[in-house]
Design a protein around this ligand. Structure first.
Ligand code: LP5
Ligand code: MN
Length: 245
């Protein structure tokens, strides 16, 4: 029995303000073949302030993802830095499995490691410190107890501060650190890494211990659909990086 084909996407940044991206996302789901697996590598939503936000957008997305189950499509979700609060309740309404921050898929000889990508930005200790605070369980619980309008205000403030900070950070600081990439690939015995976050789509090939490996970076969806397809047949696994306007 062949493995299912796998599709990887990230950084869709769904928001009420950009219905064209939502429409693109929903039609992308329609094009998925039956019996495949869909891996969403974070920042599906532009921000997430709690599963209790029952907006039309959230209902539409949950309905569309859930209905993929009728076509035997499994959905997996890795949190991004914008939607790290997406919880079990919403995942259930999508019939989607929540994964940990770093995950591995086995290939015949080596593994594929996949993650959102922000953890690899180790040239930016300020961000990693900020991330650590945002991931404090008690702080998240406290935040989720706040009235919705306050949560939305805090999220808007954080977004504003973040874009101010990003304007003065260099491109290099906001990209992944090559040594962190290598360390993670060695740790997971991976010859392939897939991630998003940086919005710099590319396939980087390099050597680890004289063996060729690749890091495939997904694009954000502001400029069109982007996905990686892992095609499985008995002898081969091929990864395609598709970006279409
Ligand atoms: O995603 P992107 O490209 O904008 O920037 C990221 C990093 N920024 C973030 C912040 C998010 O955008 C905010 C998401 C809000 C989610 C909902 C709210 C949930 C609140 C839960 C509370 C428990 O991730 C950015 C990186 C960039 O990627 C590239 O890697 O540079 O990091 C930053 O900008 C962080 C700064 O370096 C430090 C930020 C200091 C903020 C100070 C906050 C003070 C305001 C407090 C308001 C109450
Ligand atoms: Mn991100």
């Amino acid at each position: 029995m062949n493995n299912p084909n796998r599709y990887f996407i990230a950084d869709i940044h769904l928001t009420d303000n950009q219905p064209d991206i939502t429409a693109g996302f929903l039609s992308f789901l329609d094009t998925l073949p039956d019996h495949c697996e869909l891996y969403i590598l974070g920042d599906l939503f532009d921000y997430w302030v709690g599963d209790d936000v029952n907006s039309t957008l959230h209902q539409q997305v949950a309905g569309a993802l859930h209905s993929l189950t009728n076509r035997h499509i499994k959905k997996y979700f890795v949190h991004g830095n914008r939607d790290f609060l997406l919880g079990k309740q919403f995942a259930k309404s999508c019939d989607m499995t929540l994964l940990t921050d770093i995950n591995c898929l086995t290939k015949p000889n080596k593994n594929i490691v996949f993650l959102h990508g922000d953890l690899l930005c180790s040239d930016d200790p300020q961000y990693l410190k900020f991330r650590k605070i945002m991931h404090c369980k008690w702080l998240q619980k406290l935040f989720l107890c706040l009235p919705l309008f306050i949560r939305l205000k805090i999220a808007a403030k954080l977004r504003q501060k973040s874009s101010q900070h990003n304007q003065i950070k260099s491109e290099a600081i906001m990209d992944v650190n090559q040594q962190s990439v290598i360390n993670m690939m060695v740790k997971y015995n991976a010859d392939t890494m897939i991630h998003g976050h940086t919005h710099k789509p590319a396939t980087h090939t390099f050597l680890i211990n004289d063996e060729p490996v690749s890091r495939i970076v997904l694009s954000a969806w502001h400029d069109g659909i982007s996905y990686i397809k892992q095609e499985c047949n008995s002898s081969d696994i091929i990864l395609y990086n598709h970006c279409c306007k």
